[in-house]
Design a protein around this ligand. Structure first.
Ligand code: 5GP
Length: 230
C-alpha cells in the first residue's frame, strides 16, 4: 500500500510538470505554413522556434525521396523513404499534401499533423509554395501562412553561392527557382525578413501568439473563449 502511494506521488510530481503542456479545452493548435526560397533560412528558424517552445510548437517532419545530405538524420530532419514507399503512402492518403520539388518528392504526414492540432499544439510546416497552396485548400482559415525572405536578392545569391557545394549553373537554377517562389509571396498572410535570426524567430513567434487571439480564425483560442464566455 505504502509502496503504491509512493509510486503515485512520484507520478503526480511528474504530472505537475508535463513535457508537453496540455491544451486549452476546445481550442485547436495553429497550423503555420512557412515557405520561402532555399537560402532564406526557414528550416533553421522553424527548428529553433520549435526547440525553444517547451513543447508548444511541434515541427512536422516530412517524408522525402531525396538522399540525406551530410549531417541529416533520418526521423529528425526528414523521413527518408524510397519512391515506392512514397507512392504507397500517397495512394493510402497518408499525406496532408505532397509535391515534387527539384526532382524529388516531399510529403507532409497527415496523422502527426492532426494529432498535434487536436491536442492544441501549434505545428510548423516547412514546405514549398505548392505545399502551401494544398494545405490552405485543405485547412482553410485554420492555416496561417508566413513567407520568409532574406534581406536582399544580393544576400540570397551570396547565401546560395556560399554553400560552396554547387556549380555556377546549379546556383543559377536555384536562383531561378527562388525568383519563381518569391513571386508567390503575395499569397501569404505574413512576411518575415530573415536578417537577424533571433528577430525573425521572435517575429514568427509573435505571429503564432497573435493567431491564438484572432477571433476570426476557425478553432482559435479566442473564438472558443467567445463561444464559452459567461
Ligand atoms: P530541401 O531538399 O532543401 O530540404 O527542401 C527543398 C524544398 O522542399 C524546400 O523549399 C522545403 O521547404 C520543401 N519541402 C520540405 N518538405 C516538404 C513537404 O513535405 N512538402 C512540400 N510541398 N515541400 C516540402
Amino acid at each position: 500500500m505504502a509502496q503504491r502511494r509512493t509510486t503515485r506521488r512520484t507520478a503526480g510530481r511528474r504530472g505537475a510538470r508535463p513535457a508537453v503542456p496540455s491544451p486549452r479545452p476546445g481550442s485547436l493548435g495553429v497550423l503555420l505554413i512557412v515557405s520561402g526560397p532555399g537560402g532564406a533560412g526557414k528550416t533553421t528558424l522553424c527548428e529553433k522556434l520549435s526547440a525553444m517552445s517547451g513543447g508548444r510548437v511541434a515541427l512536422s517532419i516530412s517524408c522525402t525521396t531525396r538522399a540525406p545530405r551530410g549531417g541529416e538524420v533520418d526521423g529528425r530532419h526528414y523521413h527518408f523513404i524510397s519512391r515506392q514507399a512514397f507512392r504507397r503512402a500517397a495512394a493510402a492518403g497518408r499525406f496532408a499534401e505532397h509535391a515534387e520539388v527539384a526532382g524529388n518528392f516531399y510529403g507532409t504526414p497527415r496523422p502527426f499533423l492532426e494529432e498535434q492540432l487536436a491536442a492544441g499544439h501549434d505545428v510548423l510546416l516547412d514546405i514549398d509554395v505548392q505545399g502551401g497552396d494544398a494545405v490552405r485548400r485543405l485547412y482553410g482559415s485554420r492555416a496561417v501562412s508566413i513567407f520568409v525572405l532574406p534581406p536582399s536578392r544580393r544576400i540570397l545569391e551570396e547565401r546560395l553561392r556560399g554553400r560552396g557545394t554547387d556549380s555556377p549553373e546549379r546556383v543559377r537554377a536555384r536562383m531561378e527557382l527562388a525568383e519563381r517562389e518569391i513571386a508567390r509571396a503575395g499569397d501569404y498572410d505574413y512576411l518575415v525578413i530573415n536578417g537577424r535570426q533571433e528577430e525573425a524567430i521572435a517575429e514568427i513567434d509573435a505571429i503564432r501568439r497573435a493567431e491564438h487571439a484572432r477571433i476570426t480564425r476557425e478553432g482559435s483560442g479566442a473564438s472558443w473563449a467567445l463561444k464559452t464566455w459567461s
